[in-house]
Design a protein around this ligand. Structure first.
Ligand code: NAD
Ligand code: G6P
Ligand code: MN
Length: 444
């Protein structure tokens, strides 16, 4: 790709609550990442239509030279594309609600990407993301897919194993949100003023070093804050502002206490404070309900307002973490910038005492040929033990999906640190199979 090129972007999962944020971010960066075309693709025509019509108005007002279209036809969508930014949710919020509520019935963590809920979501997402990759391969084989579709850990393992040559990079914005909190705690203007070392699996990792650009340590000051306050700061980023997220940011202090040498990802709460999480869950009103009443409603109301008024002049859309990261990544590939970014990649020695074939989250240098992982060295027994257990869960899920194996999926659930026994795992699994009939392959 040449610098003077203008790019064509496809957003897959066009009806997502995050689509307007991505479009706004793309528009904010037209000078450094010029775009000639934006297309939306979804398999739910009505849902996408509301978001698309609002974005169409916004684009016409701000960048009429950018061509815009939306479709449910894969050929139209995937033809003539440089980057696919993918964030689909197979089964939508209705299935997320079941992922969260079914385990809770058995007093087990009910979460979008962790434990049995994440496994159930993984079993739905694998087929959906592979389908997108196959469309991309068929209609725009030189394109890159930047994939946010969750559960990113399981999706990444599935694409590694089942589409080993695909040009896909799996990403997560949680560390970005957390690093923004770090910057606020440290009184820095931008998270990019810090250089971070981090290792783990997706939603399962630790910072081991944070310095300024001159190499001076910033971890000690952060630790001093985190031991009392977790990651709660006054200006919590927009995406993680709801009360349940604030609780998660606060609970970090207890997760941190387990290993004061590192700073943890917020999601470790679901594996290390399982009983607390269950005790603090409302079995009839979970995060899915909060999102449907909150983010989904706000975004779709804002979109409808734009359509009704015929203008996006003072619209309520906003840019979120999700978006800024994805644009940075596209630019790094397009212009070979060599930017350092945290990505989910094949280990291949980056963590020297961990499975070479595991999909791990580590800092990478990103250029036009994709990410090059940086060496994070050896990890301690505590983290290694936890990660080996969790990566085995993720690998078993992908094998279960590929082989249609009930046995392997039962083993995956049993092995999850969130589940107390094989018996409980089986009860949850049988309920999940019933709920996911429309989406999972039939297991034998
Ligand atoms: P959403 O339900 O609002 O949007 C998802 C869209 O995907 C829906 O419009 C749906 O119709 C569409 N879809 C479902 N299956 C499809 C398929 N097979 N082909 C095409 N389109 C399909 O969900 P959301 O809350 O906006 O989240 C979107 C995705 O982004 C989720 O997977 C979410 O977990 C993920 N996400 C990831 C990160 C991260 O850190 N990796 C951050 C934020 C969101
Ligand atoms: C974080 C995670 C994502 C997750 C998102 C939204 O940013 O990294 O993987 O999807 O939060 O969660 P929510 O509960 O708000 O839908
Ligand atoms: Mn994530």
């Amino acid at each position: 790709m040449k610098k003077e090129q203008n790019f064509s972007i496809l957003i897959a999962g066009g009806g997502s609550t995050f689509t307007p944020g991505i479009i706004l971010m793309l528009l904010d960066h037209m000078d450094t990442f010029p775009i000639r075309q934006i297309k939306l693709y979804d398999n739910d025509k009505e849902r996408q239509e509301t978001i698309a019509r609002a974005c169409e108005i916004l684009l016409k007002e701000r960048f009429p030279q950018v061509s815009f279209s939306y479709t449910t036809d894969p050929e139209k969508a995937f033809t003539d594309v440089d980057f696919v930014m993918a964030h689909i949710r197979v089964g939508k919020y209705a299935m997320r609600e079941k992922d969260e509520k079914i385990p809770l019935k058995y007093d087990v963590v009910g979460q979008e990407t962790c434990g049995p809920g994440g496994i159930a979501y993984g079993m739905r997402s694998i087929g959906g993301v592979l389908e997108l990759l196959d469309y991309m391969e068929k209609y725009s084989p030189n394109a890159w897919m930047l994939n946010y579709s969750n559960p990113a850990a399981i999706v990444a393992e599935a694409t590694r194993k089942l589409r080993p040559n695909a040009k896909i990079i799996n990403i997560c914005d949680m560390p970005i949100g957390i690093e923004r909190s770090f910057a606020t705690i440290l009184g820095l203007k931008d998270r990019k003023e810090m250089i971070c070392r981090y290792y783990g699996l997706n939603h399962f990792g630790w910072w081991t070093s944070i310095t300024d650009k001159d190499g001076n340590d910033l971890m000690e000051k952060l630790k001093d804050y985190v031991k009392d306050n977790g990651y709660v700061v006054n200006t919590v980023d927009f995406q993680h502002k709801d009360p349940s997220w604030k609780d998660t940011y606060m609970k970090v202090k207890d997760v941190y206490a387990l290993d004061p040498d590192t700073l943890p990802n917020t999601y470790l709460k679901y594996y290390l404070c399982q009983d607390y999480v269950v005790a603090h869950s409302d079995k009839s009103y979970t995060r899915a309900n909060e999102v449907m009443a909150g983010r989904e409603k706000q975004i779709f109301t804002a979109a409808q307002e734009i359509i009704d008024k015929g203008t996006a002049a003072d619209c309520a859309f906003h840019v979120d973490n999700h978006a800024s990261f994805i644009v940075d990544l596209a630019r790094a590939i397009a212009f070979n910038t060599g930017e350092r970014m945290l990505l989910i990649v094949k280990n291949e020695g980056a963590i020297s005492n961990f499975d070479e074939d595991a999909m791990v989250e580590v800092p990478c240098i990103v250029g036009k040929n994709g990410p090059e992982p940086l060496a994070m060295g050896k990890i301690p027994i505590f983290q290694k033990g936890l990660m080996e257990q969790q990566v085995a869960v993720e690998k078993l899920v992908v094998e279960a999906w590929a082989e249609r194996s009930y046995q392997k999926l039962w083993q995956a659930l049993t092995l999850s640190k969130t589940v107390p026994s094989g018996e409980t795992a089986k009860k949850i699994l049988d309920d999940l199979i019933e709920a996911n009939k429309e989406f999972w392959p039939e297991l034998r």
